[in-house]
Design a protein around this ligand. Structure first.
Ligand SMILES: Cc1cc2nc3c(=O)[nH]c(=O)nc-3n(C[C@H](O)[C@H](O)[C@H](O)COP(=O)(O)O)c2cc1C
Length: 428
């Protein structure tokens, strides 16, 4: 019997996904840092993923304001031209007939200090980690500007051949900061009650929908919880998804955590309940509550590694779409093999990767950075490799990858600074 993974999924906007596997957003860092335009490296990487068989590819986060990036090599859509490059990117990423949705983001206070020392955020509450600047509380006008930017970027996505957009409201970035009472201390209509904290997200969804029309997929990635005392809670997420349903969102992706509490990537390393271990995907329990609260088709990302666990989640109607991230950085064609039933398990390098003994050479500052970023860097380097037309290298040393990642980020930051890119103009 053909796997449930092969079933198409019809979305409310009228579009249809050809199967139930989605490549989740993975920040590429492959843009030209002087212009934040996409490059041929995106085309190579996404052609490979398109041929890999997933019905849906979601791009790494694309920024709506060039002044505030998640990292220097982000693509940004901010009146910075690059339309022809985006068209080539979209063409390559849809070459096998799959959907390709652009993830739209503003990092807010999670903008690294080497990108901007004083990023805009809901309130002047810094990230409690080294490497981030002191955020400046947004004015009402700044908030309306950002909402306008999401809409503008969404219409560029449609115009250039991307087949949908995903609004990033998870992982502690700007829209997730608005939802989080620890980061959002505002006393105006954008802070305080949940209605007010959700306003930035809901207004963004409305503006994006107006910009792209009724027949274009609009998705949202939302935390099921920030997993922090006093943060955005599971109970609150249940209310927000009902509001998102009223807005006609086509697909809801469930994740969790932020930079201070990076559950989206470390959950598999923290002690898990036996039932979670068996079901692999670590946000499935939260997804069950969300499933009961709304009828938006659900994608759950984080931890799925075996065909059996994916089939079981689909068969039990717990999810509609299986999100895959890290496995597709080492096996970009895994979806095709899962769909054909010839692969039953995907790799989980994150469980075994360790900084080697050579890490002793790192100075104190480098060691602190390596603690936070070396595993992420290892995955990032696999993307750089595929962008250069190489195969991923599962045997890559963590230390070597970390050094390559640091050098890449440093060079991109320097190119960005030389280009004077921080003076982005407002769109409104
Ligand atoms: C290298 C890397 C980059 C990521 N970039 C993004 C991103 O741009 N946007 C996003 O929503 N999530 C991002 N994530 C999180 C993934 O989408 C996903 O939620 C996470 O990897 C868990 O799924 P997995 O267990 O299948 O890897 C990233 C994760 C990794 C490892």
């Amino acid at each position: 019997m053909a796997s449930l993974l092969n079933r198409p999924l019809a979305l409310a906007c009228g579009a249809s996904l050809s199967n139930r596997i989605a490549k989740a957003a993975l920040t590429e860092g492959l843009a030209d840092p002087a212009t934040n335009q996409s490059t041929e490296r995106h085309c190579r990487l996404y052609r490979r993923w398109s041929e890999g068989g997933a019905g849906l590819l979601i791009t790494g986060n694309v920024q709506v304001d060039r002044r505030f990036l998640e990292r220097p090599g982000n693509v940004a859509i901010d009146h910075n031209e690059g339309i022809a490059a985006l068209r080539r990117y979209a063409l390559a990423g849809t070459c096998a007939g799959n959907h390709l949705w652009m993830q739209l983001n503003h990092p807010g206070r999670q903008t690294p200090a080497h990108v901007h020392q004083a990023p805009l955020a809901p309130s002047a509450v810094p990230v409690e980690l080294p490497g981030f600047g002191r955020p400046v509380a947004m004015s009402g006008e700044d908030i309306l500007d950002v909402i306008g930017r999401f809409a503008q970027a969404a219409s560029v996505a449609r115009e250039t051949g991307f087949t949908g957009v995903q609004i990033h409201a998870a992982h502690g970035y700007l829209l997730s900061q608005f939802l989080n009472p620890r980061a959002n201390r505002r006393e105006d209509e954008w802070g305080g009650t949940l209605d007010n904290r959700a306003r930035a997200l809901l207004e963004t969804v409305r503006a994006v929908r107006r910009a792209v029309g009724a027949d274009f997929p609009v998705a949202v990635k939302l935390n099921s919880s920030d997993f922090q005392q006093g943060g955005f809670s599971t109970a609150e997420s249940l209310q927000v998804v009902q509001w998102l349903e009223q807005e006609g969102v086509d697909l809801l992706e469930i994740s969790g955590g932020n930079y201070e509490q990076p559950r989206m990537v470390v959950a598999a390393r923290v002690p898990l309940k036996e039932s979670t271990r068996r079901r692999e995907a670590y946000f499935l329990e939260q997804a069950a509550g969300i499933r009961a609260a709304c009828r938006i088709p659900l994608m759950v990302t984080g931890g799925f590694r075996t065909l059996a666990a994916m089939e079981s989640a689909l068969a039990a109607d717990e999810v509609d779409v299986i999100g895959l991230g890290r496995p597709l950085l080492v096996e970009p064609d895994a979806p095709r093999r899962l769909l054909a039933g010839v692969t039953h398990a995907l790799p989980s390098p994150e469980l075994t990767l360790q900084l080697e003994d050579g890490a002793g050479e790192l100075d104190e500052q480098e060691r602190a950075a390596a603690k936070m970023w070396s595993i992420q860097g290892w995955f990032a380097v696999q993307m750089l490799r595929m962008g250069d037309g190489l195969d991923p290298d599962p045997s890559l040393s963590v230390l070597h990858a970390f050094r390559q990642y640091q050098a890449n980020e440093h060079q991109a930051a320097q190119e960005r600074n030389r280009s004077g890119a921080t003076n982005g103009a407002k769109v409104l």
